[in-house]
Design a protein around this ligand. Structure first.
Ligand SMILES: [Zn+2]
Length: 155
């Protein structure tokens, strides 16, 4: 191991990001660039690497579909990232309120997935991905068995 605990990477905007890895007791770290993008870094042995692409803040975001309670929060933060769904990368939107410790994550016309309590938009993304990718089918289609009942109805 090298004795120097500071390490760095750079943001999509070109700014350098650096942090002191000794500050992170856990295997995940969250970093926010001056431009607002957020990064999640994962420890891989003694090295740290971004785990997903940046979480990008968005000033305007279609809010249709998100819950009214969350939309009305004054400290609402909005972000997006992209996630592979059925082989395509589609935008996924996050609405996050720090005071409410609540987030809603939404892709396409799907209903928002509510996460609470949640401490950061990066944690919301992490939990949404875990939930989304662990569903029986990752493409948002009907669950297995939905067709079967139509083909062979119970008599
Ligand atoms: Zn940046």
């Amino acid at each position: 191991m090298i004795g120097n605990n500071s390490t760095s990477t750079s943001c999509e905007c070109g700014r350098g990001l650096s942090w002191n890895s000794s500050e992170a007791p856990e295997n995940l770290r969250e970093l926010t660039c001056d431009c607002g993008r957020k990064y999640e870094l994962e420890r891989n042995g003694s090295a740290w690497a971004p785990r997903h692409e940046a979480l990008t803040p968005e000033a305007r975001q279609p809010l249709a579909g998100f819950s009214r309670e969350l939309k009305l929060r004054e400290d609402c933060e909005r972000y997006y990232f992209s996630h592979a769904i059925s082989g395509h990368r589609v935008p996924v939107h996050i609405l996050f309120s720090r005071s409410a410790e609540e987030a809603e994550v939404k892709s396409g016309d799907r209903k928002p997935f509510r996460i609470a309590p949640v401490r950061s938009p990066l944690e919301a993304r992490r939990r949404w991905i875990e939930w989304f990718d662990s569903r029986p089918r990752g493409d948002g289609g009907p669950a297995p068995g939905a067709d079967r009942s139509r083909i062979a109805p119970n008599v």
